[in-house]
Structure formats: C-alpha cells, structure tokens
Design a protein around this ligand. Structure first.
Ligand SMILES: [Zn+2]
Length: 144
C-alpha cells in the first residue's frame, strides 16, 4: 500500500531524528500533505499510530497541515496555485455531478492533460510543490 511505505518512511525518519538529537521522547510531529498527493489522510494517520508503536517511538501526536500545490509555466513563466484553478477544472471534469472525485488527485501525473497555464494555455509546466507528504518538524524531550 502506498500509504504504508510513506508512513514507514516518516516513522523511520523520526526515529533517526530522535537518535541524532538525543531525544528521550518524541511528543509531536508535524506533516504536510500536498493537495495533489495521492494520500488517504485517515489511513496515513492510522498507520503512523501503529508504526510508531511498532518501532518503539511510543505515542506521538501527529499534526497534519495542507500544502498548496503550486505550478510554474515553462513557456511564459507564470505561476499559480491549485486552489486558483481547482473549481474551474473540477467543473470541466465533473460538469454537474455532485461529489465528483478528483481524477487529478488520484493521478497527478496526468495533471498536464487536465490543466494548462491560466495565462498562455501552455501544457508545458512544472509542479513546484504540493504533490507529496513531508515531515515538517518534530518536537520532543531531550535526554540530559
Ligand atoms: Zn504560460
């Protein structure tokens, strides 16, 4: 499962940070999830809970922030965010369907098919942020 490998990567990183910083207890970890990340947040948090125990971290309070996806046009240099274009794209993809799931969310590699630069229309752009999960910070108590 996709979420499993991400959760394991995060827990192993926290474990490493705990060793390097000589922390007795890790109390809190802040993560960010990109708006285009293919992640089920609830599944990820559940796995983090299980794996923290399994890897001997004990109880860690995981906080999740949303990271906005940002794009930059390779042709004209314009940059924009997912929230700026989301409504329009969803309307085009779903028309009047309510609760339409976002295909871009599940297949971010196809974003260039669904979206063009809002300024020049070019489909040659790069994703600057918001397509993955990041560990932002870790809080703990030092062993002195
Ligand atoms: Zn452009």
């Amino acid at each position: 499962m996709h979420e499993y490998s991400i959760a394991e990567g995060i827990v192993l990183t926290i474990k490493k940070l705990r060793e390097v910083n000589n922390l007795n207890v890790v109390s809190e970890a802040v993560l960010s999830i990109g708006s285009l990340a293919q992640i089920d947040k609830d599944v990820l948090l559940e796995l983090l809970k299980i794996l923290s125990t399994e890897y001997g971290l004990g109880h860690v309070n995981f906080l999740v922030e949303d990271e906005e996806s940002m794009f930059k046009c390779n042709y004209c240099g314009f940059s924009w965010s997912w929230s700026q274009v989301k409504d329009r794209i969803m309307r085009e993809l779903c028309e009047d369907v309510k609760d339409c799931d976002n295909p871009v969310h599940f297949i971010p590699d196809l974003i260039n098919v669904f979206m063009g630069c809002p300024k020049c229309g070019s489909q040659d752009f790069k994703i600057l942020s918001g397509y993955d999960v990041k560990l932002i910070s870790v809080k703990g108590v030092r062993n002195d």
